[in-house]
Design a protein around this ligand. Structure first.
Ligand code: SF4
Ligand code: SF4
Ligand code: FES
Length: 520
């Protein structure tokens, strides 16, 4: 627990965490100090002067809050006439050359300059000469578009490429009103985290080529979720909108702060996986290559399931912990084998030392926790006698080539229960669409053994059935998710003392030992 110190802010007692600057310390108790250049992940640069505050202790009349640490007994003034005048003056300076194009700016609605103008300025421009013209819609590379006229030169983007990605593609050149952010000749933005500069930019000077002009920020519902692009399980916002007469559509993923997992950032590849949730979806059920209703497909799955002599249940490392447990119990009750074989989800050498992992699945650690075997040898030996393979979200075509898949098809019927237009869905005897993670609730455990929960974000006009319901329809013992959670807490030692119905937003860290219950 961090030590607390008492401050006097505008004459009021306030208890804040020590060891933080005034912006963060006072901000944590709901009192805003306006700022443009400071960002907790990038540190204090002190260049914008928007955060100037008064301290009654004999130091200079005004100090930048981003560079001033909160200490016991400090008397901080935020609301004196002098401070308010400074804030108006800084805003006037920022706006001298800034185009007043909020109605057509993609950042409108989530722009610090716009918000601060309304909160701290509100005066008419006194400029009688035209603003300085600079370059607009510059393609900086990596899907980032820059508008030099809108830039307030806070240097957040520059510091991001120097301090975080250490690629240094951006710099500020020239001085005074000729100063501008640019890339070095022949060296566009080319790092795998470049789109974070769009989130970091406090104004509309950095926009995403993919998102710009698609939606107004105020129309978007912002739902908390977890990226499934790799085993890091980065915390994200799913920004989506259901327009009248249309379906609920995802427009972007943005990073959501979790200091234990991804900090303030996500990778660009994961950010773009929102497209899979919209476009790469399995929407129709098929039996023997012919489209059919979901009910008909479910009946067919039940029939082949009841007639099969030996069943292999292939589960995806992207399934939730609850789904895995429900399938495991169904398999045990039917003398079937569960396999998590999914080598094709691993791209060896693709990961880095920051966030991106080799394993392009979200929940492989749960295989260990539940004692599920994911070895190729285990899968192959289970196949020997099998006449039915039911895949739960596992695209076997990522792990095996066409010839190997054909060999399986020669002796066993393949059923695919999934959310995406994956390879296996194309060739399975029965294909049954189920809800994707953005439409479902579940628990995943990331590569660092942190257990986290995602919730339903998108609500489709015609919601897909969820995978747990299918397992129940096949005779699974759980009627709903709550029953699976109760069972998990009771039967998995590492979860005995965890309330799975109330997982804290930062997640729960398990130990290596707890997540290593792998079957021999
Ligand atoms: S582009 Fe945005 S983040 Fe970069 S210096 Fe300009 S205002 Fe700051
Ligand atoms: S690092 Fe992995 S989990 Fe994080 S955003 Fe990228 S793909 Fe998603
Ligand atoms: S936030 Fe303190 S000077 Fe910019």
């Amino acid at each position: 627990m961090a030590e607390k110190v008492k401050l006097f802010v505008n004459g009021q007692d306030v208890e804040v965490e020590s060891g933080k600057n005034l912006i963060d310390a006072i901000g944590a108790v709901g009192i805003e100090i306006p700022h443009l250049c400071y960002h907790p992940a990038l540190g204090a640069d002190g260049n914008c002067r928007m955060c100037l505050v008064g301290i009654e202790d004999g130091r200079p009349p005004l100090v930048p809050a981003c560079k001033t640490m909160a200490v016991e007994g400090m008397k901080v003034q935020l609301d004196t006439d002098k401070i308010k005048k400074i804030q108006r003056d800084i805003m006037e300076l920022e706006l001298i050359n800034h185009p007043i194009d909020c109605p057509i700016c993609d950042q409108a609605g989530e722009c610090k300059l716009q918000d601060y103008y309304m909160e701290y300025d509100g005066q008419k421009s006194r400029m009688t000469v035209p603003p300085v013209a600079k370059a607009k819609h510059m393609d900086f590379g990596a899907g980032v578009v820059h508008d030099q006229e809108r830039c307030v030169l806070c240097a957040r983007c520059v510091r991001f490429t120097r301090l975080i990605t250490k690629t240094g593609e951006l710099g500020i050149v020239n001085r005074t009103d000729s100063a501008r952010v640019t890339t070095f000749p022949g060296r566009p933005l080319a790092n795998r985290y470049a789109l974070n500069v769009v989130d970091l930019c406090p104004v509309g000077a950095m926009t995403s080529k993919d998102f710009r002009f698609k939606q107004r920020a105020w129309f978007l519902a912002k739902s908390e979720s977890l990226c499934h692009g790799c085993s890091k399980g980065c915390n994200i916002y799913i920004d989506h909108n259901k327009e009248k007469y249309k379906d609920d559509i995802i427009y972007r993923f943005r990073p959501r702060l979790n200091q234990q997992v991804n900090g303030y950032f996500i990778c660009d590849e994961g950010r773009m996986t929102y497209k899979l949730e919209n476009d790469n979806r399995l929407n129709v059920a098929q039996v023997a290559g012919k489209e059919t209703s979901v009910n008909e497909a479910v009946e067919n799955v039940r029939r082949v399931f009841s007639q099969a002599k030996k069943i292999v249940m292939l589960i995806s490392p992207n399934c939730s912990l609850e789904q895995m447990q429900a399938v495991k119990k169904l398999a045990t009750a039917n003398n079937a084998v569960v396999s998590g074989y999914s080598d094709g989800y691993i791209k060896t050498g693709d990961g880095d030392l920051f966030l991106i992992q080799d394993d392009k699945s979200a929940n492989r650690a749960a295989f260990g926790l539940l004692g599920l075997d994911s070895s190729k040898a285990g899968f192959e030996s289970a196949l020997v006698e099998a006449d039915l393979v039911i895949s739960f979200q596992n695209d076997l075509c990522r792990s095996l080539d066409d010839a190997d898949i054909a060999k399986i098809q020669d002796k066993a019927k393949i059923v695919y229960i999934g959310s995406y237009k994956d390879g296996l869905g194309e060739i399975a005897a029965i294909t049954l669409p189920v809800a994707a993670y953005s439409e479902d609730t579940g628990i995943i455990i990331n590569a660092d053994n942190i257990l986290q929960q995602y919730d339903v974000a998108v609500r489709k006009n015609d919601p897909a059935i969820d995978l747990l319901q299918i397992v129940t329809l096949l005779g699974g013992e759980f009627k709903n998710r709550e029953e699976v959670l109760t069972d998990l807490s009771a039967t998995i030692a590492a979860l005995n003392n965890i309330d799975l119905k109330h997982i804290p937003s930062e997640g729960i860290a398990l130990t290596d030992k707890e997540v290593s219950n792998v079957a021999a």
